[in-house]
Design a protein around this ligand. Structure first.
Ligand code: IMP
Ligand code: MG
Length: 178
């Protein structure tokens, strides 16, 4: 795919769909090995992770269930700042092996706010799988992904579920801001 325009910005090819699918097969193989004989529950965080979650999920050969949550952040009226609320967390987590699925860990703020909600429900174990991580952008150092498909530079990307202002999620490969 050549240069594309989304709204007012131009994006150029970055990671091809073939590279993405072979890397996701590798990540899936690691998960199958690490959780052999166990049952896992993937919790994918909407909107961005739905494409990665769908592909990763289908590489799993272990007993795997999946559920989706959407996080809404509100600007707090107090000095505590943003509050994150999980919509759709009706799943029972206690004694289950949980894998959180994210599209990208950028500053780590989203997961840093969300993870306590998970731990509070007494899971047997919790790991994080992310399609992308930007190590140079990480500010919340308590957040560490266990499975990372690609570590990338601190550049803005779209495609494979990631958006620019709501658009570009349907691009099958990853594109980077020109
Ligand atoms: P964090 O809370 O700073 O880790 O950022 C998480 C969210 O920022 C992601 O779930 C994305 O929605 C958004 N984000 C961060 N970097 C990018 C990018 O390069 N492209 C598209 N969205 C991004
Ligand atoms: Mg997102």
């Amino acid at each position: 795919m050549e240069r594309i325009k989304i709204l007012d910005k131009s994006f150029v090819p970055f990671i091809s769909k073939e590279e993405i699918s072979s890397r996701i097969a590798e990540v899936g193989a690691m998960i199958n090995k690490d959780y052999e004989g166990k049952q896992v529950l993937l919790i994918a965080i909407l909107n961005g992770s739905f494409v990665f979650a769908a592909d990763l999920f289908r590489t799993l050969t272990i007993d795997a269930a999946i559920s989706f949550v959407k996080l809404a952040s509100y600007k707090g009226t107090t000095s505590t700042g943003n509050v994150i609320t999980a919509i759709g967390m009706e799943e029972r987590l206690n004694d289950r092996h949980i894998i959180i699925v994210e599209d990208i860990i950028d500053t780590g703020k989203t997961l840093s706010a969300f993870m306590p909600e998970i731990y509070q429900r007494d899971p047997a174990s919790v790991k994080i799988a992310t399609f992308l991580s930007k190590p140079d952008a990480l500010q919340y150092k308590d957040i560490k992904a266990d499975y990372v498909a690609f570590e990338i530079e601190n550049k803005f990307v779209v495609g494979y579920g990631l958006d620019y202002d709501g658009y570009g999620r349907n691009i099958p490969s990853l594109m980077v801001l020109e």
